[in-house]
Ligand binder design. Structure first.
Ligand SMILES: *Cc1c(COP(=O)(O)O)cnc(C)c1O
Length: 824
């Protein structure tokens, strides 16, 4: 059977045409004025459409538009929103001042969570990417993003009567999405091609508008491809490893080719998780075409590449059998001039030679790396230490950049208005300035409490047929049902749970939501256990499981609950972000000290569960955490909430939590960290060698020669004298100066000389490093001797042990710690 599809677009009266522009940019979704504009066209149809403005515009009958075109109130509103939009496209919310707009950043991710009507995400990783783009847009950062267009996206969840998860797929219809196909001058779709196991696979490219930021989505569903290849980009995280490696080749290799075809030459490449790491291969190919060899090209690639690792375990699931690589990547030696083994070794972790791990490959080929919270940084240093055998754990070159959220996306409209009033309009330009946020204290308790109760009522009214009540203390728990998240922990002592929830004077209710990955039967069993416990224990008056957790449900929950519960096994939650979304809406966090909460927690802001001690026996650990959970709930949280009709102490806690956590965990702060720790150093490397203008490949070669020279002569570097003045024993307050004499065959600015103060904090035996750099003082060039010095403060009586470390200067050699050149 042959079918053919005809899309018929609405025709809007001339004065309503700006609606098209607004509908074709996701910007509307985080601006309440724009949301209200689309909603007032037809509130019911608005909700029924997704909400999805392009669908709304393309389904309403022409009579609607005939009426609206003469509705002055609507026209004024439209005009106002349209001006806001145009102004935003011009100026963003604020401008970062310290980043050169010529240095474009290419951001790669397997998923993007922008809005519930755009099915390009599964969970936290995608929502983080979406928030990254929205914030880059707010800050006028020169960023372009690359991902895949999934015609069916991720699955929709429903549960059968037995509590077992079923998966269904809905189409992601391009006709209704805020994006356009990129075409050539002839109006034909622009195609790029990649080689997948010997077959040429084509992709067309969609451009989706996220405020000022373009998101380019590769789509293999084109006539030129075989039936199988057309389906490569059908679904997110579905199918086996073969399909996964095909998708990752399209994303990585295809993504670089797409940028090239679009005439975009980024200075900096950011890989959000390892799925896109094959992009390294295409970047290296391009350098090889310009005359570098593999080793040289790798140096050039690495200096400008940033990798954000998300997994907290070495055996992440993004790894392929080595044979699969040879099938897909073809003859490595012919293409790159290195042996297969040399290449495979880049993706092998020392303890697993049969697999090629994408995170390992990305760690080895990106010169700037980070985990997603401070705890995750420490854990990452520990688990990836085998990749840098000569470094100490402290020195493992992985930064910590804690995740943040896009405030406007997650904050409820009523609080936007309160903030406008009490903090002053323009607060969203100063999201990471803690001082502004102190003004939250000025919001009258009753006003904040009323907003909160309203939001809670709204949440509960959208859960049909439930016996929940807006008067009751309401706890939310929503996340992916992976077993480490322990979705069933709160059911561990069912009698105690029942006693707490069913208490008639101080009732407590629980709203649970979350999907398990389609292949994760353990996760599905946990969901089933939860649902069965609710049924069998007659708890349905107090516990509701909401099906199909997505950004819409997340928004409702984070804006309406009193308390947000999180019970992962420490330290497996790399960051987590849902609790941050709750905090800025005035909800209080109640969580294991893991991920972002490990660094955010303070008794003034919320509650902890368990403690930081590691318990190896699973049962003991879960018992400890469950008891702590029930105790804190019963003796602290419930009494505080029910202390009076308007619980002053509770509201004070809400205010503290909003004012401290909103700036600190905003994506604005996160982007500022990426700029200073990763984007700027990478862009600097790019500028130093101008590695994309062909004529200057020579200056890059000079750098590569310097690296070779470093490697050859490094063994001559020696610390020849250390001296503490006046002496190695002093009295508190007395100044001490440390002088070092170093023998080195290199120019003085090639070296970084630092002191590493060992300071064990006993968390998994990981020590916290405070290093200080010594300053170059003078030189004796005839003997290649250099003197470095530093003054040390002596505030407390103690015995300190410093390790002296000499390594290549990271400003000149961004790959400095990967060179295995450290003198101690
Ligand atoms: C924020 C969000 C997440 C991530 O939350 P975690 O705290 O990491 O569980 C996942 N899914 C959706 C739909 C979200 O909005």
């Amino acid at each position: 059977m042959r079918t053919i599809q005809l899309h018929i677009r609405s025709s809007l009266p001339k004065n309503l045409e700006p609606l098209w522009d607004l509908a074709r940019n996701v910007w509307w979704s985080w601006n309440s004025n724009a949301i209200n504009l689309f909603r007032r066209i037809d509130p019911q149809e608005y909700e029924a459409s997704g909400p999805c403005p392009l669908k709304l515009l393309n389904t309403l009958p022409s009579s609607t538009w005939e009426n609206l075109k003469e509705d002055n109130g609507f026209l004024e509103h439209l005009n106002e929103v349209y001006n806001e939009f145009k102004n935003y496209l011009e100026n963003g919310v604020t401008k970062v001042t310290d980043y050169n707009p010529a240095n474009k950043i290419a951001y790669f991710s397997m998923e993007f969570g922008l809005h519930e009507s755009i099915l390009l995400y599964s969970g936290g990783l995608g929502v983080l990417s979406g928030d990254h783009l929205k914030t880059a847009s707010d800050l006028c950062l020169p960023l372009v993003a690359v991902g895949l267009f999934y015609s069916e996206g991720y699955f929709r969840q429903n549960l059968n009567s037995d509590g077992w998860q079923n998966e269904n797929y809905d189409p992601n219809d391009p006709f209704y999405l805020p994006m356009q196909l990129v075409t050539e001058s002839t109006n034909k779709p622009l195609l790029i091609d990649v080689n997948i196991a010997g077959e040429t696979v084509y992709s067309q490219i969609w451009k989706l508008n996220v405020g000022r930021i373009p998101l380019f989505l590769l789509d293999t569903n084109v006539r030129e491809n075989s039936y199988e290849s057309r389906n490569i980009t059908s679904r997110l995280y579905s199918g086996g490893q073969e399909l996964r490696i095909q998708q990752e080749i399209v994303l990585g290799v295809g993504g670089i080719k797409a940028l090239q075809k679009l005439n975009i030459s980024p200075a900096v490449y950011h890989l959000n998780e390892g799925h896109s790491a094959f992009l390294t291969l295409e970047r290296i190919s391009q350098f090889i075409k310009k005359g570098l060899n593999w080793q040289e090209a790798l140096i050039a690639t690495k200096g400008t590449q940033i990798f954000t690792v998300h997994t907290p375990v070495p055996a992440g699931n993004d790894a392929f059998p080595i044979q699969m690589l040879s099938k897909y990547l073809g003859n490595i030696f012919e293409k790159y001039g290195i042996s297969d083994e040399e290449f495979y070794n880049l993706g092998r972790s020392p303890d697993n030679h049969s697999e090629f791990s994408m995170p390992v490959f990305a760690l080895r080929t990106s010169g700037h790396r980070n985990g997603v919270s401070q705890l995750h940084k420490k854990v990452s240093k520990k688990i990836w230490k085998p990749l840098w055998p000569t470094l100490t754990e402290n020195e493992i070159p992985i930064n910590g950049i804690t995740n943040g959220v896009h405030t406007r996306t997650w904050l409820c409209n009523e609080l936007v208005e309160l903030f406008d009033f009490y903090l002053g309009k323009g607060w969203d330009a100063k999201l990471n300035e803690p001082n502004i946020w102190k003004r939250v204290e000025n919001i009258p308790n009753s006003e904040l409490w009323n907003v909160h109760l309203n939001r809670k009522s709204r949440l509960i009214s959208t859960i049909p047929k439930s016996e929940l009540s807006a008067e009751y203390l309401t706890i939310g728990f929503a996340r992916r049902f992976a077993s480490y998240k322990r979705g069933h922990l709160i059911f561990r002592n069912i009698d105690r749970l029942k006693k707490i929830l069913l208490n008639s004077e101080k009732p407590v209710q629980l709203i649970i939501s979350g999907k398990a990955h389609p292949a994760d039967n353990l996760g599905k069993e946990i969901i089933q256990k939860v649902v069965k416990s609710i049924q069998n224990e007659k708890l349905s008056s107090r516990i509701i499981f909401l099906e199909n957790y997505d950004m819409h449900i997340a928004q409702k929950l984070v804006r309406g609950v009193d308390v947000w519960l999180n019970t992962p096994i420490r330290p497996l939650e790399a960051s987590g972000t849902s609790g941050i979304k709750v905090a800025l809406n005035g909800g209080l966090n109640f969580s294991i000290l893991d991920g972002w909460w490990d660094e955010a927690f303070d008794p003034d802001l919320g509650w902890s569960i368990g403690n930081r001690e590691e318990v190896l026996n699973e049962n003991n650990r879960d018992d400890r955490d469950a008891v702590s959970l029930y105790d804190t709930l019963e003796y602290e949280i419930i009494p505080l909430y029910y202390s009076s009709k308007i619980p002053t102490e509770w509201i004070e806690k809400m205010k503290k939590s909003i004012s401290v956590l909103t700036p600190k965990f905003s994506a604005h702060r996160m982007l500022a960290d990426y700029i200073s720790k990763s984007y700027l150093p990478a862009a600097k490397f790019h500028e130093n060698w101008s590695i994309h203008s062909d004529g200057q490949i020579e200056s890059l070669k000079k750098h590569i020669n310097n690296v070779q020279f470093l490697k050859e002569k490094w063994k001559e570097v020696q610390i020849t004298r250390t001296e503490l003045k006046p002496s190695d024993t002093v009295i508190v307050g007395e100044n001490v100066s440390l002088q070092l004499e170093i023998h080195s065959p290199f120019p003085e600015n090639w070296l970084e000389v630092s002191l590493v103060l060992e300071n064990s904090d006993n968390m998994y035996g990981i020590s916290d490093r405070k290093d200080v750099n010594l300053v170059f003082v003078e030189t004796d060039p005839t003997h290649n001797q250099f003197i470095y010095a530093i003054d040390l403060e002596t505030k407390n009586p103690e015995i300190r042990t410093y390790t002296i470390r000499v390594c290549p200067n990271p400003i000149i050699f961004p790959e400095h710690l990967d060179l295995d050149l450290v003198a101690r």
